[in-house]
Write a protein that binds this ligand. Structure first.
Ligand code: ASP
Ligand code: MG
Length: 425
């Protein structure tokens, strides 16, 4: 059995959905479980809906209409009029979403609200793909991933309850997946109160790894709009090259530093179960892309990874006494409670520095919590984190910052070197 994962870019329009159908046909897909995320930029569009809903701006319905119009265009290009396979399923999902938005009761907890709305992107996308495949004579079974990915109730970043998830996947999904092409959603799961949860933005790769590791898949393939894992973002570095093979550990490190091709949590379950991961291009489906497994030797080229939109928090005591272990304990606790991940940290006698993503709603509550603890926090924004990774620690390639950038913070960690950059002007 194999797992295929198709992300938003691969199904951003009707041509993309048709391409998925042809990849499935060419790859003899009757033992494939397909994990799909929301079409194109739907997740961002639904985030706008959530914003209007939460802040009660009165514009949630019109923001939602943008999402419906986008999907309706794809539907009308996939199905001739009068031949709308499964259209009532899709219209029912629209209706469910509208009714949820109208109900006032559920709108106090932002993260909860977010998860109840955002997953509709995946539900609608899988219904469209599944019905299109049926219309082309490609038999498949649509499955609601929330019945199988069992999580805790930490909304927007739910943790998988492995025992329960394993039990239900093995008893209920395995018999179906052995014999059928299965179409299901990435990103979403079910929390302890039966509500929808999500695994964090871009979490569909992780869903594929969860399904694959429990089903004992022979391989996982993530179909992307890039040739495979590259040693740098080809949009930023002309000389970026494809890395044909990678070890799990190298892949984990690259993902951790921010190589966006693979979601950081994806590799661990595959490594534990020795399942190879392929990253291949849906634009060039016969090319082999990158294979991540244990058989490979370590990467030989240096990899450069950028993270834009970073914030530097400088945390100190108000009287500039030492930042001691007790403070660090409180700082990490506040970060964990506010679900803020630290991309890089540095500690001196009186200042703890921490680089984090600038994500909506995340750093402000953290700063408040730190201030309540009696700490002073200063924030520097619009920074870029450049990480150069090389397992041998050979950093002959000089830092490739632009001329107008200056280094705010630098850290050498043996097999990686990191620069936090700002515009000098
Ligand atoms: N649709 C979700 C997102 O864009 C999940 C994913 O794409 O993996 O974050
Ligand atoms: Mg997506």
């Amino acid at each position: 059995m194999r797992i295929f994962k198709f992300g938003g870019a691969s199904i951003k329009d009707a041509a993309g959905v048709k391409n998925v159908a042809s990849i499935l046909t060419e790859n003899n897909s009757n033992d494939v479980l397909v994990v799909i995320s929301a079409m194109g930029k739907t997740t961002n569009a639904l985030e706008a809906v959530i914003h209007h809903c939460y802040h009660k701006t009165g514009q949630a319905q019109s923001a939602l209409q943008v999402v419906f119009d986008y999907h309706n265009t794809i539907l009308s290009e996939l199905f001739e009029s009068g031949n709308l396979f499964g259209v009532s399923d899709i219209k029912n999902l629209y209706l469910e979403l509208e009714c949820f938005i109208d109900s006032p009761s559920s709108q106090d907890d932002y993260d909860f609200l977010y998860d109840q709305i955002i997953g509709f992107g995946e539900l609608i996308a899988t219904k469209i793909v599944s019905n299109y495949l049926l219309s082309q004579g490609i038999e498949n079974q649509w499955i609601d991933a929330r019945n199988f990915i069992i999580t805790d109730s930490r909304h927007r970043d739910a943790r998988v309850q492995w025992k329960e998830t394993e039990k239900v996947i093995q008893s209920r999904l395995l018999p179906i997946a052995k014999k059928n092409l299965v179409i299901t959603q990435g990103f979403i799961g079910r929390g302890s109160n039966g509500e929808t949860t999500t695994l964090g933005r871009e979490g569909s790769d992780y869903s594929a790894a969860i399904f694959g590791s429990i089903l004992g898949a022979d391989s996982i393939t993530i179909w992307k709009d890039v040739a495979g894992v590259m040693n740098a973002d080809p949009k930023k570095f002309e000389n970026a090259v494809l890395i044909p093979t990678l070890t799990y550990n190298d892949a984990i490190e690259l993902a951790y530093y921010g190589a966006s091709v693979i979601h950081p949590k994806t590799i661990q379950p595959l490594k534990a179960n020795h399942i190879p991961l392929f990253v291949r291009s849906f634009l060039n489906p016969t090319a082999m892309g990158t294979k991540v497994s244990d058989d490979n030797s370590r990467i030989e080229v240096a990899c450069k990874i950028h993270k834009d939109n970073q914030l530097l928090l400088e945390i100190s005591t108000k009287d500039f006494t030492f930042i001691a272990e007790d403070h660090l304990k409180e700082i990490f606790q506040a970060m964990s409670e506010n679900k803020v991940r630290c991309n890089l940290m540095q500690n001196s006698a009186i200042v703890f520095r921490c680089v984090i993503d600038n994500k909506e709603n995340k750093h402000e509550p953290l700063i408040k919590a730190l201030e309540t603890l009696g700490l002073a926090v200063s924030v520097m924004n619009s920074l870029e984190l450049l990480s150069i990774y090389h397992p041998e620690g050979e950093f002959d390639s000089a830092i490739q910052k632009a001329a107008h950038q200056k280094v705010v913070l630098q850290q050498n960690m043996g097999n990686s070197i990191h620069y936090l950059l700002t515009d000098a002007s």
